[in-house]
Design a protein around this ligand. Structure first.
Ligand code: NAP
Length: 266
């Protein structure tokens, strides 16, 4: 069965490895390839993928919203978030957002509930859309988005309070901090979107970055003894959920840890 990932720059993607491990563990015969495409070719690519009998595709930066006009229908999460990271090809071409599922799995794994919490989200891009949708659904009490352009972020996320980085300290402390910016990501490691003072007082910090596994922001959380996680569990959980959609199967939550333990051996 043919699967793949479309995006702009994919050379550092972990997805082929995660899906290969999924195939090894489940015994499913599949191939998962990377497709770097230009925005103008998205429609043609999806049309060809349908003809070439692809079973499913993932979508990443920066095309999670651009693919939507070329799909027949959306799942309720994808519709609400207005972003698609998984496409299934059956009679109809359907878009899903499994990042939302990956977020839920990560919070559940760490036994953290966002209900009633004061939450700071850094960044207002694609991942922030899934994060904010999740926080609203799970009834976080106060949601703040820190952005380099808080006016624009405020227009994009009217349900939350958009603030600039220089104003963050006025609103501290936050119960939960979620980084959806690429600040600290390979190869530009060693930098953090927040200072120690801004992180102080949080009970949980979630950095969506998975490479490196310990970002500068996570180092700060560790130094303050704040419970934290990187984005690897979310990344593997969204991949497993995509496979469940493509095979209409249920592989159990344990497969996420099995895949992560295989990745950690490499
Ligand atoms: P994106 O759409 O490009 O959004 C990133 C946002 O971060 C931007 O909209 C911007 O918000 C902010 N930003 C970008 N460069 C910045 C800089 N130099 N300094 C401060 N803020 C900056 O990307 P995305 O899809 O949301 O992904 C963001 C990160 O999350 C990436 O590291 C990605 O790998 C990770 N991610 C992980 C998972 C997972 O499963 N673990 C899933 C999705 C994404 P403002 O303009 O408002 O400042």
């Amino acid at each position: 069965m043919k699967f793949g990932l479309i995006g702009e720059k994919l050379s550092h993607s972990y997805s082929p490895l995660i899906h290969r491990l999924f195939f090894n563990i489940t015994g499913i015969k599949g191939e998962y390839k990377l497709f770097e495409i230009e925005r103008k070719n998205i429609g043609e690519f999806l049309q060809n993928a349908r003809m070439d009998k692809f079973a499913g595709l993932n979508v990443t930066i920066p095309y999670k919203t651009d693919v939507i006009p070329f799909l027949d229908e959306l799942s309720p999460e994808a519709e609400k978030i207005n972003a698609v990271n998984t496409i299934s090809f059956n009679d109809r071409v359907r878009g899903y957002n499994t990042d939302y599922f990956g977020l839920d799995c990560t919070f559940n794994k760490h036994r953290v509930s966002v209900n009633g919490r004061k939450v700071l989200v850094m960044g207002s891009g694609g991942a922030a859309k899934a994060v904010v949708s999740y926080l609203l659904d799970k009834k976080a009490k106060e949601i703040y988005i820190a952005s380099r352009d808080n006016a624009k972020a405020g227009e994009k996320f009217p349900e939350v309070m958009a603030i600039s980085y220089s104003d963050i300290i006025e609103y501290c402390p936050f119960d939960i901090i979620i980084n959806t910016t690429p600040v600290g990501m390979h190869p530009n490691t060693g930098v953090s979107p927040l200072t120690k003072e801004q992180v102080s007082g949080a009970v949980f910090l979630f950095d969506l970055i998975y490479n490196p596994s310990v970002t500068k922001l996570i180092e700060i959380a560790d130094s303050l003894k704040i419970s934290n996680t990187n984005g690897l569990y979310m990344l593997v959980a969204q991949a497993v959920k995509a496979q469940e959609i493509w095979h209409a199967g249920d592989y159990g939550i344990e497969i996420i840890d099995r895949i992560i333990s295989e990745i950690n051996k490499i």
